[in-house]
Design a protein around this ligand. Sequence first.
Ligand code: UD1
Ligand code: CA
Length: 453
Amino acid sequence: MVVVAILAAGRGTRMKSHLPKVLHSLGGRSLVERVLESVEPLSPSRRIVIVGYQAEEVKAAMQSIPSLEFVEQTVQLGTGHAIQQLLPHLEGYTGDLLVLNGDLPLVRAQTLKKLLQTHQENHNAATILTAHLPEPKGYGRVFCNGENVVQQIVEDKDCTAAQRQNRRINAGVYCFRWQDLARVLPHLEANNAQKEYYLTDAVTQVGQVMAVDVEDYQEILGINDRLQLAAAYEILQQRVKEKWMIAGVTLIDPNSITIDETVKLHTDVIIEPQTHLRGNTVIQTGSRIGPGTLIENSQLGENVTVQYSVVTDSIVQAKSRIGPYAHLRGQAQVGTGCRVGNFVELKNTKLGDRTNVAHLSYLGDTTTGTKVNIGAGTITANYDGVNKHPTKIGDRTATGSNSVLVAPVTLGDDVYVAAGSAVTEDVPNDSLVIARSRQVVKPGWRKKQKSQE
Ligand code: UD1
Ligand code: CA
């Protein structure tokens, strides 16, 4: 049985931010949410987040996570002091406690499992995660004997010059037999450079402690400042992109592309430069996205192309071509084989199969049938200043250039709208509608005017 505690009470001074460090976002999720995700596969019996600095904000940000517990550390006197706050909450508990720093967003569940396993198999009082860092500055150094048994952990600020040469560092992930830890916690002292109660001091007092090295040291990079936040994002992106390239997706100029971990891509998708895929986006096989495109929370079918466009909260079915410079939003749905072209905006609009909206249009709250042709510059006037109204357009209907459809309005099947019309009333099937004043030509008008001058 394992209880998880996440240290999230610190301010994170080095972030130079009003936002508590653990709430800073990394690829769409906060640092502390990421830590929580990494422990999920261990099925902990309880998950406790220790909050302090801006506790209310931190709690509010995690409100929606079920059965999460919060314990307050009202003054931040160090990581050891933070864990002391658990004493009244874990009275009588006889299992293990997994402690993680809240600023450790890249750690893998697999690594935590291995730590827990080593801890339990060796009946250790504590087992800690360590790494050999090329640049260990700022981290606590871990000194072990030949059997990976920890002798001492010395914080960077407390190290002698010789101790600082040690590149084996404390990752900030610890597994404790709770009863052993609970015994030593009340006796911690703050005799150190930072005048803090260090959890690392407790580690060496509990009994036999083993160190487990992480395979990939990038996993345990702690986020203390914005440089490390950016470096972590890069590592995350690298993981995601490698995964998709191995799975059969082409990324052209991967460094200019960003992909959230939540995105799903199928084989033979091609992502062109400067393209960003976010949220719950799914892209089916053969589609080519970009360059210069943002797709967010959208589903794209097979063999879709999207160029220089923004697609959010929308669906595009197979073989449709979007862009350049299109904007789909608010549950837009594009059928198969459609074309949504230059400077076209679709909002809460459903296009039937093989419909074209090729140039300079706004369609809002509109439903079209199949094989509709929306002429250049057609606009649906869907808003009367108070309410939004729907527009319905039947199969094979075509609108002339620069026409306005004033909603609510319905055009039947096979309707033709004359260019420049302002359509305010419904139009039955098979009709031509001309809703503009007739052209008047007055020959010789200029000459006549001159003679009057
Ligand atoms: C800590 C470790 C160090 C390790 C490093 C790994 C200690 C004493 N040092 O150092 O050995 O190499 O992490 O990244 O533990 N926090 C609280 N309450 C407090 C102080 C901190 O909840 O009173 C939380 C912070 O919000 C943070 C975590 O504990 O999530 C670690 O604190 P931080 O100040 O970042 O510790 P480091 O100096 O990085
Ligand atoms: Ca840290």
